[in-house]
Ligand binder design. Structure first.
Ligand code: NAD
Length: 494
């Protein structure tokens, strides 16, 4: 979807005017091609990885990385050769090129081995630039980010990806290392704001021992599925060993429940989960009967008419899921309502309705599903819809923002409980998404919401759905207790 302003500024006089006035020119974001759902576009230029010791030709990371860095231009080390590393840095200096042969760079090659994506040392218009910053042990080495990305950032193709790989600060062995790891967040968030042309920038922090748990996250962050996710930090920890996942249908054999599935984001989630292989139970209030049935038919799933705030809802839901499906693998708490009004004028009913639907119902349903051993299958994935306004706050939304911040608390509090059952629980916080709700906003408010992000446009319901599907994947077991913003790096919030 392309909005009117986007069309106006994409060509002809509109483009010239926008350029002259310094107005944003939002790019058309590439999204998943249904014919090639597992595609990770290439080529990917992979850099970084060398620790200062390895560059000197030894140390714990020596071997492929060490040789490539010491002998520019040679065919040293299999990993470095494969990446085409060892040539000049590409910026007119005679420094060795980043080899992209560090621990995490190697793990990226392994994780994406089946996708056919090509790793190269340089490309005229790369689809992605990936920098392995895991070997950085103090701030003096952070300059490697500038050296690698500075000369290449403009060559990135429209809608390209920049991905920085690092280690969690909390695992750092000393102060120097901790602050260097932490510094990466500032780099990523700033580059996301300046890169332009629909490109996104993310930081993936991989805990020690979690190198083999990156697969689904790389497929997401390096593909059009993450079109509206930028400036984000994702932490991946070790995950319980899972079987092999079919990247084209990662949810095959899984059953998913989606609440609020009759329209908007919920309908897109049901469609995306089904396209990724899941059997979907679509839930919504009885008043949405026809719309819900239409979505359920479209995705080949079933429809359940239930008001999630009804006192009997937890019992009815558990009974339905255990009797008809032997429980579910995926639960998406998407149903939500707004009752906007400033606090001074807000009625008790407006407060209670929003808190009940958005927060108390997900809490009660989750508790009931966890209580019945047959309702949630082992390794379950729960994804809750929060909101950017739950992070940043918004005038007229004390009720809504309270409920959506509470949802973030829900996933934080339940992460340990799910972990004991091999499961995960995360939140997705959408920013401005083009839905019926946002279409009804006054023009000025709508335009500000749309443009006040690094991609200068609204997201689509499918962008939220893609993030949900990624978190729901069997090989996303290393991500839990987190809130992922799908907001085009909105200027609001942290
Ligand atoms: P929507 O209003 O289009 O759809 C919400 C659905 O939830 C509706 O089908 C509605 O019938 C259902 N629902 C409401 N109360 C229910 C209840 N008691 N029991 C069962 N179903 C119920 O909303 P949307 O824009 O698609 O938003 C979906 C989710 O994403 C919500 O949680 C919302 O807060 C969140 N969100 C949306 C945006 C956005 O820009 N649209 C931004 C941030 C967060």
């Amino acid at each position: 979807m392309v909005d009117r302003y986007q069309r106006f500024t994409s060509a002809g006089p509109g483009r010239a005017i926008a350029r002259r006035l310094g107005l944003p020119r939002p790019a058309v974001l590439p999204r998943r091609d249904p014919q090639r759902p597992a595609e990770v576009p290439g080529p990917i230029v992979l850099g970084g990885g060398e620790s200062p010791v390895a560059t000197a030709g030894g140390g714990p990371d020596s071997g492929a990385a060490g040789s490539a860095a010491t002998e520019p231009g040679s065919a040293a080390g299999s990993a470095a050769t494969e990446a085409g590393a060892g040539s000049a840095a590409g910026d007119g200096t005679d420094r060795p090129a980043a080899s992209g042969a560090g621990e995490l760079a190697d793990a990226v090659r392994v994780a994406l081995a089946g996708t056919g994506v090509e790793f190269v040392a340089s490309a005229e218009h790369p689809a992605a630039l990936v920098y392995d910053a895991s070997a950085i042990t103090d701030a003096t080495a952070l300059g490697g980010l500038r050296e690698f990305l500075g000369p290449r950032v403009r060559s990135l193709r429209t809608g390209g990806r920049i991905l920085i790989l690092g280690r969690p600060p909390a695992e750092a062995p000393d102060v120097a290392s901790h602050l260097a790891r932490r510094a990466l967040t500032g780099f990523v968030r700033s580059l996301g704001k300046e890169v332009g042309r629909g490109a996104t920038v993310s930081l993936l922090r991989v805990a020690a021992g979690a190198e083999s748990s990156m697969g689904s996250t790389l497929r997401f962050l390096l593909s059009p599925r993450s079109a509206y996710v930028s400036g984000q930090v994702v932490d991946v920890g070790p995950a319980p060993a899972g079987g092999t996942v079919d990247a084209e249908r990662p949810l095959a054999g899984r059953t998913a429940l989606v609440t609020g599935a009759a329209q908007g984001i919920g309908a897109a989630i049901a469609e995306t989960l089904a396209a990724d292989g899941a059997t979907v139970v679509c839930l919504d209030v009885p008043a949405q009967g026809e719309a819900l049935a239409a979505v359920a038919n479209r995705v080949g799933g079933s429809s359940l008419h239930l008001d999630i705030t009804a006192p009997t809802a937890p019992r009815e839901l558990v009974a339905y899921l255990t009797q008809r499906y032997d429980g579910v693998d995926i639960v998406v708490h998407n149903a939500g309502v707004l009752r906007d009004r400033t606090l001074a004028k807000m009625t008790a009913s407006e407060w209670d309705t929003v808190l009940s639907v958005n927060l108390l119902a997900p809490q009660r349903l989750t508790a009931a599903l966890l209580e019945d051993p047959a309702a949630l299958r082992p390794g379950a994935r729960i994804v809750c819809l929060s909101s950017l306004n739950g992070i940043a706050g918004a005038a007229g939304q004390t009720n809504y923002a309270t409920s959506k911040a509470g949802v973030i608390g829900l996933v934080e509090a339940y992460a340990a409980v799910l972990a004991r059952r091999g499961g995960t629980i995360n939140a997705v916080a959408p920013g401005f998404i083009e839905t019926r709700m946002t279409a009804g906003m006054p023009l000025a408010v709508r335009e500000v919401g749309r443009r006040a992000n690094s991609l200068a446009q609204g997201g689509l319901p499918v962008d939220v759905a893609e993030a949900v599907s990624w978190l729901a994947a069997p090989d996303s077991g290393g991500i839990t207790g987190q809130t992922i913003r799908v907001c085009g790096q909105s200027l609001l919030g942290a």
